[in-house]
Design a protein around this ligand. Structure first.
Ligand code: HEM
Length: 384
């Protein structure tokens, strides 16, 4: 059984979870690898929203920052910094897009693009060049987005350890000369982590955690947006949809987060079953986004649905309720800005595409090639 589910997960994780859900009639189904998945849409929304399931801290921060107040403060601080960094991200995009070869290999090329435009927000330009270089390696070599291959993961471990050591030293240096205003994400983390309670090494681990929490879903969602839009519009004229609708639909059709987990703070009854405290219950955004009772034609990638007033069901690519993503709005902006830059004065096409996801820490697209061909603007300057 163990091997069988591993193979199915590797082949097509989203088809597999759908198959498991179809085979079950219970509101909450057991998962072959342990824990439970709340497959009933109404129960799933109640698990994500109801305060009674959120009395502890969020599993997102693991043991690094156990206190809920500190978790929320960190989320707000990083969100504020990212929001302030959007103009810098936007300004860096044209050069990063121009640097792409005519045929680029995605999703890796997307991860590099996102990192190149975000690097000064993650660590300001005055940070020692050796740490910038380690961050670059972390973005390019499987630390930011975990590789599906074991040998690459072993190499990434080395880079990760060196990066944490270097950022620990940098945190120590900065604590001796604190900045008046946060210049980058490390300053933002330091601002909410008192020296007496949070050691330098934990600060570095939190910085790395946020780096990955931003880089992995933004770059995978960008890759899905490019891939799905290109597969559904193969003509040479510009896409008939707004980039906003493409991003929304990609986040619905292929939500990157695989499962949103809640560890039960006490015994609860859900869907007719009583679960003991400490049990892990999860919600699969993909199942909610493909529920035929709530969405019109859920299995079609159709950005145009976002221009229609009805036919929309529960939409949780960023979660919902007390533990939902602190950076949802800013993430959406980064994605639409990136897609605008990629499509501006260019035609996009993909080859070698496969819409099955590969399981990393979430649903990541399989490698494909993006062909970006410069094209004259549809309306020459001075004419509309
Ligand atoms: C496309 C990009 C992104 C996606 C899909 C995404 C998705 C998510 C999801 C699903 C969660 C957990 C929600 C839950 O358990 O209910 C989460 C948590 C979080 N995300 Fe994001 N995220 C993205 C980008 C970002 C960015 C750019 C930031 C930067 C501010 C960020 C900061 C956070 C934080 C701080 C949490 C923990 C929230 C808490 O427990 O208080 N995320 N994200």
């Amino acid at each position: 059984m163990r091997l069988a589910y591993r193979i199915r997960l590797r082949q097509d994780p989203l088809a597999y979870i759908e198959e498991l859900s179809r085979a079950s009639t219970a509101g909450v189904m057991p998962l072959p690898w342990g824990g439970w998945c709340v497959r009933d849409t109404a129960l799933a929304q109640s698990l994500l929203r109801d305060p009674e399931y959120h009395t502890g801290g969020s599993v997102f921060f693991g043991g690094l920052l156990p206190e809920r107040g500190a978790q929320m403060e960190l989320g707000r601080a990083v969100r504020g910094l990212m929001r302030a960094g959007v103009p810098r991200y936007r300004a860096a995009l044209p050069e990063a897009v121009t640097a792409l070869p005519t045929a680029s290999r995605w999703p890796d090329a997307g991860t590099r693009l996102v990192h190149r435009c975000l690097q000064d927000v993650l660590l300001h330009p005055g940070t020692p060049a050796s740490i910038h270089e380690l961050m670059r390696q972390a973005a390019h070599e499987g630390v930011a987005v975990r590789s599906a291959y074991v040998w690459q993961r072993a190499r990434a471990e080395l880079v990760r350890a060196r990066l944490v050591a270097a950022v620990t030293e940098e945190a120590h240096r900065r604590r001796r000369q604190p900045a008046r205003e946060p210049r980058d994400m490390l300053d933002a983390v330091l601002a909410v982590c008192p020296r007496a309670r949070v050691p330098d090494r934990t600060v570095a681990a939190l910085h790395l955690m946020m780096f990955r929490a931003i880089m992995a879903p933004v770059s995978a969602s960008l890759a899905w947006s490019v891939l799905l839009a290109c597969l559904h519009h193969t003509r040479t004229v510009p896409w008939p949809w707004s980039v906003d609708h493409v991003v929304r639909e990609a986040l619905r059709h292929r939500p990157v987060p695989w499962m949103l987990g809640r560890t039960l703070p006490r015994a609860v009854e859900l869907g007719g079953t009583v679960f003991p405290p400490g049990e892990l219950l999860s919600v699969c955004p993909y199942l909610l986004h493909h529920d035929e009772r709530h969405w019109d034609d859920p299995d079609s990638f159709r950005p145009g649905r976002w221009a229609e007033s009805g036919g929309h069901g529960p939409y949780v690519p960023f979660g919902t309720g007390p533990f939902s993503c602190a950076g949802a709005a800013v993430a959406h902006t980064l994605l639409t800005e990136s897609l605008t830059a990629l499509t501006q004065h260019a035609r996009l096409a993909v080859t070698g595409a496969d819409t099955r996801a590969v399981m990393s820490e979430g649903n990541v697209p399989r490698p494909f090639t993006l062909h970006r061909t410069p094209a004259p603007p549809a309306h020459p300057t001075g004419r509309r």
